[in-house]
Design a protein around this ligand. Structure first.
Ligand code: ATP
Length: 350
């Protein structure tokens, strides 16, 4: 049985359709990331789930019960927003205890329970501090502890890491994921950061223009993107436009073998990840002549920017591999393994 389910949920603001009719399932105990560029509708979707926004059409079910008309305060959902919204004049402990006292718990018990929650989020010794005396990461943990105080059935987070610097953000992603798994709580995280989604999620929902583009596990989203938008948004990709022909793709005058099933002659866009293309001497199909334009040594990997017979292409080799010693202006060839080429109908890539 699925924990939370959206059936045909959509939202319009006047003439703006923020969310197209959407069906989604959030399995009990799993973490789902709603991922997409700014304005794609992910916050609106989360706010409808929270009960802060009414869907224009459609229904929201929790454990099979229709909760569409249930107001936010009657849903047992915990929420953490971008700015954390903590009370600056309360102590850390009082901030966490507050959400228990408004739920009817007596103050003494609430403060004891707050101490336990602060231990859970590794802030055991911080109960007496004011919010202003905490770092960004510590404030975020207080916001999480406060949201968890009500033992929510569903945990909702809107860009929870955006106020944190890059290094701390990565640490908090791992920490939050471990906590979520330990508590086994159904969780939905809104983010525009693909690394955050890949790090934390059991399931990623990629959105654009109010539409769901793909719902899948992180590895599937990365290796088998449903369309060119997803391939472009998640990770890096090189794109080439061509026409499919005889089971392969003709890009200009270069015929590339692919593993795709397209048979009819039609415009397609092909994509290849930089780490799936090679500059090497191995035999194999799909070698195209190329000239080195720029080499970027990034430490863990080296990135070659080339102008090839089929267009500009970036190839990435990991450090430790035998990297070709190439300079700007050198002539070489790039190998594009057929099974690494993803082929999409071109109308989707427009
Ligand atoms: P961001 O990452 O920038 O927060 P988002 O993906 O969360 O973006 P939403 O905030 O859900 O996107 O907005 C989706 C669309 O709906 C946008 O075009 C936005 O301008 C519009 N929108 C959102 N809220 C309202 C509102 N209250 N009134 C009118 N239009 C709105």
């Amino acid at each position: 049985m699925h924990g939370l389910e959206l059936k045909g949920v959509s939202k319009s603001f006047g003439n703006t359709r923020a969310v197209e009719p959407t069906d989604l399932k959030f399995a009990k105990g799993e973490l789902t990331a709603l991922l997409g560029p700014s304005g794609c509708g992910k916050t609106t979707l989360l706010r409808m789930i929270a009960g802060l926004e009414d869907p224009s059409v459609g229904s929201i079910l929790l454990e099979g019960q229709n909760i569409t008309a249930l107001p936010a305060h009657k849903r047992k959902f915990g929420m953490v927003f971008q700015n954390f919204a903590l009370f600056p004049h309360y102590s850390v402990r009082e901030n966490v205890a507050y959400s228990l006292t408004i739920g009817g718990v007596d103050k003494r018990t609430a403060l004891d329970e707050a101490n336990n929650l602060l231990e859970t989020v590794q802030l055991g010794g911080f109960g007496d501090r004011r919010i202003g005396e905490l770092s960004g990461g510590q404030r975020q943990r207080v916001a999480i502890a406060r949201a968890l105080a009500q033992e929510p059935e569903v945990f909702l987070l809107d860009e929870p890491m955006s106020a944190l610097d890059a290094k701390l953000r990565e640490e908090m992603q791992v920490e939050l994921r471990l906590l979520q798994q330990k508590l086994g709580i159904t969780t939905i995280v809104v983010t525009h950061d693909q690394r955050e989604a890949m790090t934390m999620a059991d399931q990623i929902v990629v959105m654009s223009n109010g539409r769901v583009e793909q719902i899948a596990k992180p590895q599937v989203i990365y290796h088998q993107p449903a369309n060119a938008f997803v391939a472009d948004f998640i990770g890096k990709a090189n794109f080439f436009d061509g026409v499919c022909k005889d089971g392969g793709v003709l890009v200009g005058e270069n015929f590339l073998q692919t593993a795709s099933n397209f048979r009819t002659e039609s415009p397609v866009r092909i994509a290849i990840r930089p780490e799936r293309a090679f500059i090497d001497f191995d035999p194999g199909a799909n070698r195209v002549a190329a000239k080195v334009m720029f080499v970027r040594d990034l430490g863990p990997m080296r990135e070659y920017h080339l102008q090839s017979d089929i267009g500009p292409i970036i190839v990435e080799h990991a450090a430790g591999e035998t990297n070709p010693e190439l300079r700007n202006g050198d002539a070489t060839t790039v190998r594009l393994p057929p099974d690494a080429l993803q082929v999409f109908p071109r109308y989707e890539a427009a």
